[in-house]
Design a protein around this ligand. Structure first.
Ligand code: ACO
Length: 323
């Protein structure tokens, strides 16, 4: 039996903010942003396009692409660090919106690695016989979580959602192996501490905090950890990097991806990128890219892909799958 992705979908907000527009908000310019990050523009929510809204549209697109109805879903797992509400979870709200009446639903937070962790979780539930068909998604409204006066971080992020339907089917292939990890001792290099403490037993008057990041530390972490875990997964499965059609990486920064490709000694052409148009959409970046590859008919049955993410927590992971 194989556990495979049978459909993908995505949603990007209609509003596009290019670097020139950002230079009217903070002291920056198009050249600096493009040279340091590769980002030219990003999509930003109009306010109505929240995390649930975008996840719902991405989920509907994935179901349509898979050719199944919402009532066939046994489970919905949504990865997000920017849910509209703590309760209900984004996945329960999406369930209500799409009518997935049989599904068990919960959210998951592993920052930019969230989609991969959701994929692994879905796989584990399926392997245990607790689910057969699972919808997973990454959805983020990061424009609500960035400090629009901090030029070192606000230029990096965008909003969007990507989804996939996972199903157990006859045959070979599908998800083949996975490597994941976390390092909470380095959590401070990338934080979003939320709404502060409003408890009568605490004296803190801290208000909502935004995404804060030690950019260079995150850079070093990414270029050290991602090649290592990709090498681990190749070794574990006795697979040659040459046999991988695409390395679908978290879309944070073109320079990070270039260094990773170099360290793996793999041609950069095997690393599809769309971060120039979307910026870093955290847990949504891998499924949005996967959906683009799928809809552009660049994936064929039997193609081997490695998906790899890294992010806050710190968290990281890589998955090897056969399309
Ligand atoms: N426009 C113009 N100048 C800027 C900007 C900006 N938007 N932001 C910072 N600068 C200035 C700084 O103030 C600094 O000026 P100074 O030399 O006068 O002090 C100078 O540019 C260099 O700043 P650095 O922070 O050293 O720039 P760096 O080359 O490290 O690039 C960046 C910053 C792009 C954030 C880089 O560190 C990076 O890519 N890090 C990876 C982090 C990342 O991609 N995170 C994404 C989120 S995390 C995740 O997805 C896991």
């Amino acid at each position: 039996m194989a556990v495979r992705i049978i459909g993908t979908g995505s949603y990007l907000p209609k509003k596009v903010a290019d670097n020139r527009f950002l230079s009217t908000i903070v002291d920056t310019d198009d050249e600096w942003i493009r040279q340091r990050t590769g980002i030219k523009e990003r999509h930003l929510s109009n306010g109505k396009e929240g995390t649930t809204y975008m996840a719902t549209y991405a989920a509907e697109a994935a179901l349509e692409n898979a050719g199944i109805g919402a009532e066939e879903l046994d489970m919905i797992i949504i990865a997000t660090v920017s849910a509209d509400t703590y309760v209900p979870s984004t996945s329960c709200s999406v369930q209500g919106a799409i009518g997935a009446i049989r599904a068990t639903c919960f959210d998951l937070n592993a920052a930019c690695s969230g989609f991969l962790f959701a994929l692994n979780t879905a796989y584990a539930y399926i392997e245990m016989g607790m689910a057969k068909t699972v919808l997973i998604a990454g959805s983020e409204t990061l424009s609500r979580e960035v400090d629009w006066s901090d030029r070192s971080s606000c230029i990096l992020f965008g909003d969007g959602a990507g989804a996939a339907v996972i199903r157990q089917e006859e045959g070979d292939g599908g998800l083949l192996a996975s490597v994941t990890g976390s390092d909470g001792s380095q959590g401070d290099v990338l934080t979003c501490k939320g709404r502060g403490i409003q408890n009568p037993f605490h004296s803190s008057k801290r208000k909502k905090d935004y995404i804060r990041m030690d950019g260079q530390a995150v850079f070093r972490f990414a270029v050290r950890t991602v090649p290592r875990c990709i090498k681990q997964i190749l070794k574990k499965t006795n697979t040659d990097a040459e046999d991988i059609k695409f390395f679908v990486l978290h879309q944070a920064n073109v320079r990070i991806i270039e260094v990773i490709a170099k360290r793996l000694q793999v041609d950069l052409d095997k690393f599809p990128m769309n971060l120039d148009h979307y910026g870093n959409t955290s847990s949504a970046s891998i499924p949005i890219l996967l959906d683009e590859l799928n809809r552009n008919h660049l994936l064929e049955r039997g193609d081997k892909l490695i998906l790899s993410g890294f992010g806050g927590g710190l968290t990281w992971g890589a998955v090897l799958l056969e399309w």
